[in-house]
Ligand binder design. Structure first.
Ligand code: FE2
Ligand code: FE2
Length: 143
């Protein structure tokens, strides 16, 4: 891979990682903040999703190191609190943004980095599940 293309890919993977770190914090925050609210099932899903995002952040870091980069340790800003409905809406928005970002980044490595492409595709499938889950909870699609 050309040097410029590799730098572009590393920047993309680090951006994805910063968002994954944010997703961990947002879901964990929602897990604590929603404690005692009306839906234990949803609260449990916040926790489960946080663990999925941890796996994504870690696998991205491993790939970044393998490619010769340095994984970022700083999360993007996250949404906090509100009603349970607000939280689910914020999480669905974050998942939809992640889906769009992964689709874009998969294109960067489509040609000459099959391993990274497969990693991003695997993560994308989980984000699609997350989004689907929140859409089901909300009972409708939101932009
Ligand atoms: Fe993720
Ligand atoms: Fe997700």
């Amino acid at each position: 891979m050309a040097k410029k293309a590799k730098k572009e890919l590393l920047d993309a993977l680090n951006l994805d990682r910063a968002y994954e770190l944010g997703a961990i914090l947002q879901y964990m925050g929602h897990h604590y903040e929603a404690a005692g609210k009306e839906s234990p099932a949803i609260i449990e899903q916040f926790k489960k999703s946080a663990v999925d995002e941890m796996k994504h952040a870690e696998s991205l870091a491993e790939r970044i190191v393998y490619l010769g980069g340095v994984p970022v340790q700083k999360a993007v800003p996250v949404k906090r609190g509100g009603s349970l409905l607000d939280m689910v809406k914020d999480d669905l928005k974050a998942e939809n943004d992640a889906i769009a970002r992964y689709r874009k980044h998969i294109k960067l490595c489509e040609k000459d980095d099959t391993t990274t492409r497969m990693l991003l595709e695997k993560i994308l499938a989980v984000e699609e599940d997350h989004a689907d889950n929140w859409e089901t909870v909300l009972g409708r699609k939101i932009d």
